[in-house]
Design a protein around this ligand. Structure first.
Ligand code: HQG
Length: 187
């Protein structure tokens, strides 16, 4: 496999087990989502994924969304966001910019305008600072559409925002009153 392809494949493997199903490879995450690097390498090997410490460092450094991070000691690793399992990332509530964006698919729009943004399987609703990112996120689900979230108003009303280490804004939910539609791509 070419090096880049192997890195992408390893990134998917890490996303899966650091965000959703660590138990599937016998890995344990602590309350803040950290796995011991040595244990991860061992479990990955047992699961048929030969992976060295150097390779892991390369995947973490080269991942285009900086999805993973080592702790200060370098002995632990976790996903920066995107979890479906319950972890406490220990992020401080942070004042958001006046407006944030959420990319989704047109076929979700009616439901979203009725119920607001709900987190579904993940721990948080994900918001981005740019329309470009929102569009990419939305495209994963179908014809993309971008919603504007009046984040400052929400913050002033007491809703808590968190900023992940890789620049994704996280919030438990967004009521419909704070949402408006920016554009329908391609129309
Ligand atoms: C939608 C990727 C109906 C929501 C991305 C989204 C992101 C509703 C979908 C990260 C709804 C959930 C997260 C409602 C929300 N009715 N649909 N009331 N409320 N939805 O994948 O935000 O590459 O769990 O709009 O880049 O698409 O994995 O969330 O379309 O940052 O690192 O329900 O995943 O990052 O889908 O993506 P997801 P998402 P990674």
């Amino acid at each position: 496999m070419a090096k880049r392809e192997r890195q992408i494949s390893l990134g998917k493997f890490l996303s899966k087990h650091l965000r959703h199903t660590p138990e599937e490879i016998g890995l344990t995450l602590d309350g803040e989502g950290w796995a011991l690097v040595d244990e991860l390498l061992e479990r990955a090997r047992a699961a048929g994924r030969g992976l060295t410490r150097e390779e892991l460092e390369e995947v973490v450094a080269s991942n285009e969304k900086q999805r993973f991070a080592f702790d200060a000691s370098g002995k632990k690793i976790r996903a920066n966001q995107g979890h479906s399992i319950s972890v406490d990332l220990a992020l401080p509530p942070t004042a958001p910019p006046p407006i944030l964006y959420h990319g989704t698919a047109l076929h979700f729009l009616d439901s979203i305008l009725q119920k607001g943004l709900i987190r579904g399987k993940r721990q948080y609703v994900h918001l981005s600072t740019t329309t470009e990112t929102a569009e990419k996120v939305g495209q994963r689900h179908g014809r993309p559409i971008i919603l504007i979230v009046r984040s400052q108003e929400m913050h002033e009303a007491g809703h808590l925002f968190f900023l992940s280490q890789n620049g994704v804004w996280l919030i438990e939910s967004v009521p419909p009153a704070y949402l408006s539609v920016l554009s329908t791509s391609g129309s």
